[in-house]
Ligand binder design. Sequence first.
Ligand SMILES: [Zn+2]
Ligand SMILES: [Zn+2]
Length: 403
Amino acid sequence: MVSTFSNSSVNLSPIRLEIQALQPQLVEWRRQIHQHPELAFQEKLTASLVSHKLGEWGIEHGTEIAETGIAAIIQGKPASKVLAIRADMDALPIQEQNQVPYCSQHDGIMHACGHDGHTAIALGTAYYLHQHRESFTGTVKIIFQPAEESPGGAKPMIEAGVLKNPDVDAILGLHLWNNLPLGTIGVRPGALMAAVELFRCQIFGKGGHGAIPHQTIDSVVIAAQIVTALQTIVARNVNPIDSAVVTVGELHAGTANNVIANTANMSGTVRYFNPDFAGFFHQRIEQIIAGICQSHGANYHLDYWSLYPPVINDRNMAELVESVAEKVVETPMGIVPECQTMGGEDMSLFLQEVPGCYFFLGSANPEKNLAYPHHHPRFDFDETVLQMGVEMFVRCVEKFFGN
Ligand SMILES: [Zn+2]
Ligand SMILES: [Zn+2]
């Protein structure tokens, strides 16, 4: 018989106590992964550690899904419902500057986003659930995903059928989050993280002498007008109730003070929460670039990529996570619904396929100097969060199947 956590408080503490006993292993796995960070689709050592552990525990799993991905099946008492838990495994091209015994041993590569922690939490969750497979009714599929940072491992995993056979009904995932202190959980229904789009544009003018402008088409003047005009998309085309960002992050042109540049290059990123904006920014950016270029007699080439859609949480699943979070952190202070960020995540692609919830697990501890932002060469987090992550997933599983 499946117990829901509302049954009695007697059920609560053994879960935590047992997971606390796992903490030394969680830390060991996390540090092992941290010392051997691997870039997108190259997570071979990480995947082999995961596969080795799953095999050692007798957990059925498939490997090499979308290169290095793994999907493990934990079968509770037979029932048709399937809940997936997703963790990402990849690191970043950053040289670690932390002076810790478990520092990255791979030059120029670092787990600066906490995915080492995500992998350790998912492993711990697999271990715990396998040990307690008689205590829930249903199937848990744990997905170890490559390449979240880019180009994205969720899409090829979905295309490889990771959400099928058995078919997944709902999905959960978490991100360790140094924007929140340890002991807090950021969860909300609806949009949590933004869509990520990217563009590159080349302006083709006509170069010439800096003192004889009337014989040229100045790509610098044109690019400057484009950068300024792009700001009007958010300011004048987006409903002020919606949030969006258009950032031009690169602008390169010219070689000398007295030469009018033949070409100018720019690149930028677009972020938004409202899925209705899909396609809109591409269209407006191209209209603006085309119009300005045409008015000056210049040409352009625009490349545009819609990388990740926004991370949109299902209301019921977000409520489930929030009700579980109340057992794991102190309420009401520990639950932070105002946790949206314009950062992106390819968890969004899983959430487009099945209802689910992605949430943030506060991992910063300024007192221990563990509060550097994600992607910083000194990023690190308070490892106490590892056992909290396992507890969140384990309680979510039992609640999901218990309801
Ligand atoms: Zn990241
Ligand atoms: Zn990340």
